[in-house]
Design a protein around this ligand. Structure first.
Ligand SMILES: C[S@@+](CC[C@H](N)C(=O)[O-])C[C@H]1O[C@@H](n2cnc3c(N)ncnc32)[C@H](O)[C@@H]1O
Length: 293
């Protein structure tokens, strides 16, 4: 720990922000690398403490800030951590930095499964850092979760994140292509969630440097129109979901209508496109209905 005078720290902070970047990113850096939370930071003025403690000295923090400004490396990758809901998750450039809009998925699920006594089996397809799967496992210890990803690095990171954020054992991890690792769960899944790669090729080329140069391409690019992975997930869902089981997919801002249509073509009912915080049709949900012959 480094003890720094509050006055020196304030001067240092002003100097950093004059170089560029924004206050929110600097606060995140001070939090994730310096160990001083955004809340503690905002209380500094009120508490008028003479000194504060940081995990790194100011020169080291400045080094990381300069690196962020000059290379556009996201703070989360520089520190190796990201906040998502109430979780602190390990991240590396092998996994997507979990996004705030994705947090809404947990609220949508808790609206669908209001009865907390109900035991369900859910799947988080393409788990990345494990964000969705872990948040759901923690939201109800009675639920049984399975999280999959094609990338074994992602599976390792997600498993560590679960172990570090919980002492529960109701989430298992499997590596493989979408539903493939779930052959033991055929017809047994109550809820499947995916935030798959859905960026269309043209949009991918125009992504900001901090995304395109650092986040894994296989977590973002969804083929020519962005729908390759969504198509595959919806098409094979019927093999794994229970009758009346739910599928929830996060999609690109302009894909809602097409994903809805895809759900209808694959025996889903109660299909809806739900909006995110910005009013964008971001999540498509529906219930699989078996054909009784
Ligand atoms: C948009 S990221 C979402 C990560 C995480 N679920 C989240 O919301 O932050 C998509 C994830 O899908 C995984 N993925 C890509 N292709 C896949 C495939 N064919 N089968 C399984 N997972 C895949 C990527 O490795 C990546 O972790």
């Amino acid at each position: 720990m480094f003890v720094i005078s509050t006055e020196n720290f304030s001067v240092w902070k002003k100097k950093q922000i004059l170089k560029g970047g924004d206050n929110k990113s600097l606060s995140l850096l001070i939090d994730l690398l310096g160990g001083l939370s955004t809340k503690e930071l905002s209380l500094l003025k009120i508490k008028s403490e003479k000194n504060l403690r940081l995990k790194l000295d100011l020169d080291s923090l400045e080094y990381f800030w300069d690196k962020h400004l000059s290379t556009f490396t996201p703070i989360q990758y520089l520190s190796g951590f990201s906040y998502w809901r109430d979780l602190k998750l390990e991240v590396s450039n092998k996994v997507l930095i979990p996004r705030p809009e994705t947090e809404l998925i947990i609220e949508i699920v808790s609206e669908i499964f209001k009865n907390k006594e109900e035991q369900i089996t859910y799947v988080d397809l393409g788990t990345g850092s494990g964000a969705i799967g872990i948040a759901l496992a923690l939201s109800n210890p009675r639920w049984n979760g399975v999280a999959t990803d094609i990338d074994k690095n992602a599976i390792e990171i997600a498993s560590r994140n679960f172990a570090n954020n919980s002492n529960q054992s109701n989430l298992k991890f499997y590596c493989g292509n979408w539903w493939d690792p779930l052959f033991n769960f055929k017809g047994e899944i109550d809820l499947a969630i995916a935030n798959p790669p859905y960026i269309p090729q043209d949009n991918y080329e125009g992504l900001p440097i901090e995304v395109k140069n650092f986040e894994p391409k296989n977590a973002l690019l969804g083929g020519e129109e962005g729908l390759d992975h969504i198509n595959e997930i919806v098409k094979y869902a019927h093999l794994y979901l229970k009758d009346n089981g739910w599928l929830l997919i996060e999609n690109h801002f302009d894909q809602g209508d097409r994903v809805k249509q895809l759900f209808f073509e694959n025996r889903f009912t109660s299909v809806k496109v739900l909006k995110d915080f910005s009013g964008i049709g971001r999540f498509t949900i529906g219930r699989y209905q078996e054909i009784i012959s």
